[in-house]
Design a binder for this molecule. Structure first.
Ligand code: DGL
Length: 259
């Protein structure tokens, strides 16, 4: 595998760009290919088997384009499919899981909230992680409808704000002091969430940790790019290129393809 081969990332849509941005910030010399499977969003309401099939499809597209590592930039795909991916393909995988651990370890009220998809909250991997923190109450909330609104570009709308309020107010009432964002789409909602949560409640997402882990694994495998050739970041989507272009601040060309 060559060091200047791209990092491959996939998500059910545009949300994983929040992870891509963290990786690009930490590893600006890396080439990358991002796949937004927006046509099949949301993954969060699909069965485990369906999520595995879609995750394999995305992985194979990225491997055919010579990606040296795959970042599963989706909590739902990670918690449901990463085991299967790791046992099927001979390439390093980086997954993203809700950051329960730092929230639970630092909570003073011993109560934390998590907002994630149904697929993530119902997964065995999530149950395993959350059961490690017996002394902390974890208030779980499925973010029904949030991914669909984000995929439509409806981020800063009254509908989004009202939906978020209905999910977050019960958590505030239960005295959480951390809110874990367990879906890679949700960091794009932080400005709206901050208008609802009192400032003493901290918001945690996993983007930076995933970037650090990606760097570590590339380094361990001798795969960090050190060539001086021009860097290429390529974005593919199978639906709605406008929203992906906008979430990338119109700085990158987005290619629409059927996959
Ligand atoms: N970005 C995905 C995640 O992190 C969204 C899931 C969905 O498509 O429902 O879970």
């Amino acid at each position: 595998m060559k060091k200047n081969n791209p990092i491959g990332l996939f998500d059910s849509g545009i949300g994983g760009t929040s992870i891509w941005k963290e990786i690009n910030k930490l590893l600006p010399l890396e080439n990358s290919i991002y796949l937004a499977d927006s046509k099949n969003a949301p993954y969060g309401l699909k069965s485990k088997d369906e999520i595995i099939v879609l995750s394999k499809k995305n992985t194979e597209i990225l491997l055919n384009r010579n990606c040296k590592i795959i970042v599963v930039a989706c909590n739902t795909a990670t918690t449901n499919a990463i085991k299967e991916l790791r046992s099927t393909y001979d390439v390093p995988f980086i997954g993203i899981e809700p950051a329960i651990k730092p929230a639970a370890n630092n909570s003073l009220t011993h109560t934390i909230g998590i907002l994630a998809t149904k697929g993530t909250l119902n997964s065995d991997l999530f149950h395993k992680t959350s059961s490690l923190f017996e002394n902390v109450k974890i208030v779980e909330q499925i973010g029904y409808g949030l991914v669909q609104l984000i995929e439509n570009g409806d981020i800063d709308t009254p509908e989004m704000f009202n939906l978020l309020k209905s999910y977050l107010n019960p958590m505030i009432e239960q005295n959480i002091d951390f809110l874990v964002l367990g879906c890679s789409h949700y960091p794009y909602l932080i400005p709206q969430i901050k208008k609802i949560l009192p400032s003493k409640i901290k918001i945690i997402d996993s983007g930076e940790a995933v970037a650090i882990q990606t760097k570590k694994i590339l380094n361990q495998n001798g795969l960090l790019n050190n060539s001086n050739t021009e860097i290429k970041n390529t974005f593919f989507t199978n639906s709605n290129p406008k929203v992906l272009t906008e979430i990338l601040n119109n700085q990158y060309k987005v290619i629409e393809e059927d996959f």
